[in-house]
Design a protein around this ligand. Structure first.
Ligand code: NAI
Length: 329
């Protein structure tokens, strides 16, 4: 074993991290010949619980695990990291407006963006999972600008996987037959899970699923609100599938997207599809062997799709406005 990859995970005592950490340590993501050093960040009151998680990771006895560091200081947790998976965020409490949550979390991501820029390795790649993840990513990127813009991403992969599964079920095909799905815009219930450009068995999904009313009125809202449906059923949020989305995001970033296909990632817009440059927007993205995400250009939207894109863009602009004091020019 020659190489060691340093991976920071924030919110590491939380539910999503709990379903993610063993998979990061096990060799599944970085391969059997790469050692993984986990650098875990939590808020001070959660450090005791985090020590327990670290004990469990030790007890897995992974040959690929180089060690686990635990800290409540972002400068320590981000020291030399090649990957930063920012999962930790303040939860929305009763009576709290969305705007309040944006401001509260925004402040966390000011400090974490700055700390990453100061301490991370020069090849660092960042995934923001903690919600509202697009705008948290915007805040971290604007405050961590020494890190190139194409290293930042926010997670829409869970929504992507949900959309793949829902289309496959409806068409009666395996998940692997569904490709070219995109989650456009915000990771929120304004996102547009795009069935119009999706394929099933290499052909337009709309040829297999001809019930347009189902696609518009059942599929789209079901994907948009799937998180709430899981909470209702399970009594807890969708931590396992969220962790899986993050693992898939990193694996695809490392291995590349399949030829002719793409995945969904929210990235810093360069103005593609009329989105103002600088906004963190969910796009169809490709990558090869760890290269930066490339937005797939030239896809067409019908009137339904154009309207959905407008709605999610408007929401993201409102979110940007709500955190404008936290965005250095
Ligand atoms: P959780 O509440 O179980 O864990 C969050 C952890 O973050 C807590 O342990 C908390 O102490 C920690 N934390 C809070 N502030 C922190 C800070 N400044 N630095 C480091 N850690 C901090 O929540 P869970 O279920 O693990 O979810 C984590 C986040 O992921 C939430 O914001 C959730 O909304 C988001 N999420 C995003 C998804 C996506 O698709 N983008 C899907 C599912 C969850």
């Amino acid at each position: 074993m020659s190489k060691t990859v340093r991976v920071a995970v924030t919110g590491a005592a939380g539910q999503v991290a709990y379903s993610m950490l063993a998979r990061l340590a096990s060799g599944e993501v970085f391969g059997p010949d790469v050692k993984v050093r986990l650098q875990l960040l939590e808020i001070t009151p959660a450090l005791g619980a985090l020590e327990g998680v670290a004990m469990e990771l030790d007890d897995c006895g992974f040959a690929t695990l180089d060690g686990v560091d635990v800290s409540d200081d972002p400068l320590k947790a981000f020291d030399g990291v090649n990957w930063a998976l920012l999962v930790g965020a303040a939860p929305r409490k009763q009576g709290m407006e969305r705007k309040d949550l944006l401001g509260l979390n925004g402040k966390i991501f000011v400090g974490q963006g700055q700390a990453l820029a100061r301490r991370a390795a020069s090849d660092v790649r960042v995934l923001i999972v903690g919600n509202p993840c697009n705008t948290n990513c915007l805040v971290a990127y604007k405050n961590g600008k020494d890190i190139p813009h194409d290293r930042w991403s926010a997670m829409t992969r869970l929504d992507h996987n949900r959309a793949v599964s829902a289309l496959a079920k409806k068409a009666g095909v395996p998940n692997g037959a569904v490709s070219n799905v995109t989650i456009w815009g915000n990771h929120s219930n304004t996102q547009f899970p795009d069935f119009t450009n999706a394929k099933i068995g290499g052909k337009p999904a709309t040829e297999s699923i001809t019930d347009r009313a189902w696609l518009e009125a059942t599929f789209v809202p079901a994907v948009q609100t799937r998180g709430a449906a899981v909470i209702k059923a399970r009594g807890l949020s969708s931590a396992l599938s969220a962790a899986n989305g993050a693992i898939d995001h990193v694996k695809t970033w490392l291995a590349g997207t399949a030829a002719g296909d793409w995945t969904s990632s929210a990235v810093i817009s360069k103005g593609e599809y009329g989105v103002p440059a600088g906004l963190v927007f969910g796009y169809p993205c490709t990558t090869t062997n760890g290269s930066p995400w490339q937005v797939v250009e030239g896809l067409k939207h019908d009137a339904f799709g154009k309207e959905r894109l407008k709605i999610t863009l408007t929401e993201l602009l409102e979110e940007q406005d709500a955190v404008k004091e936290l965005l250095p020019s």
